[in-house]
Design a protein around this ligand. Structure first.
Ligand code: NAP
Length: 281
């Protein structure tokens, strides 16, 4: 069994890696900081099972190249965990011009999924998105999913976490017939590095409230549960909290919105990659 896990170099992702490493034959970790990842995995007893791949989710060109590198190493993926993400200041852009919250939390993972699709289908994979209860406060994105016009950091974060659930639903709608299964989850309010890249005012609030948060190990428990529980005992397209099926906001169940986000994401990828030197879409 092969696992691909993003965001493994900190917090929830690191604890997920520690728990799942013994249970998989190979574990592939797309990371944006190879030096940090290499240092961290040095202390793991089964580090020979790990494949590190440079991949910055906020940069589509990097996702495309990282995914190609991954596919040279593995042609069958059984679990993909889209865990990486965070809260970034509204208006902050990647060098490709994408809103950082949008690309790091949604579009990078969306492209990663598209690129890995043959290996995911071959492995009849589970695709797990680490979303958040924050999705409940997301207002309707209307026609602009890109967050280019957003000036509110919290509202941008809420929207991308809504996108994680809409994406999950659409994977179910489009690929259940090909054997793919998708879940989204809320990990809890977890004491991690989350918020360190947020604007100073948000960083301050998060730093204060973190004293009341659960440990990263506890925060990883629902991800681990979904990765290791038999598919027959889980609901395709389900949103889980505390290892239990939960309900989502009404917007997150809007299939028209999910389809529109999917189409928008494909168009954005084509538009950005067309303008990226040396990368052919
Ligand atoms: N903590 C909470 O209370 C909470 C609540 C609800 C949902 N979540 C969600 O849980 C997930 C994990 O967050 P966490 O709390 O564990 O935060 P964290 O400690 O900050 O970890 C985030 C991970 O994502 C990686 N990452 C961020 N941007 C990336 C990019 N552009 N490309 C590749 N990797 C990137 C980070 O890499 P580096 O090590 O290089 O920084 C790190 O490994 C996120 O999706 C977050 O939205 C967290």
């Amino acid at each position: 069994m092969n696992l691909v896990l993003t965001g493994s170099t900190s917090g929830i992702g690191w604890e997920t890696l520690l728990a799942l490493l013994p249970q998989f034959e190979k574990v592939y970790l797309p990371v944006r900081n190879l030096t940090k990842a290499e240092t961290l995995i040095q202390r793991l007893p089964q580090k020979e099972k790990i494949g590190l791949i440079y991949l910055d989710l906020s940069m589509l060109a990097s996702v495309k190249q990282g995914a190609a590198e991954l596919l040279q190493q593995v042609d069958e993926i059984h679990v993909l965990i889209n865990n990486a993400g965070g809260m970034y200041p509204a208006g902050k852009r990647s060098t490709e011009g994408l809103d950082l919250s949008f690309s790091s939390n949604h579009l990078g993972h969306f492209l990663l999924f598209q690129e890995l699709l043959p290996a995911l289908i071959k492995g009849q994979a589970k695709i797990i998105q680490v979303s958040s209860e924050a999705h409940r406060i997301a207002g309707p994105p209307e026609r602009d999913f890109s967050l280019r016009k957003s000036s509110n950091t919290v509202s941008s974060y809420a929207k991308v976490k809504l996108y994680n659930i809409l994406f999950t639903n659409e994977i179910k709608n489009k690929y259940a017939s090909e054997g793919l299964i998708a879940y989204a989850l809320h990990p809890g309010a977890v004491r991690t590095a989350f918020g360190l890249e947020a604007p100073p005012w948000a960083k301050g609030i998060i730093a204060f409230t973190k004293h009341f948060f659960i440990s990263p190990m506890a925060g990883a428990s629902t991800t681990i549960f979904l990765a290791t529980t038999l598919k027959a005992n889980l609901k395709n397209g389900g949103y889980y909290k505390n290892k239990k099926l939960s309900s989502t906001s009404t917007l997150a169940r809007d299939s028209k919105l999910g389809k529109a986000l999917w189409e928008f994401s494909l168009e954005e990828i084509e538009r950005v990659l067309k303008n990226t030197v040396g990368i052919k879409n």
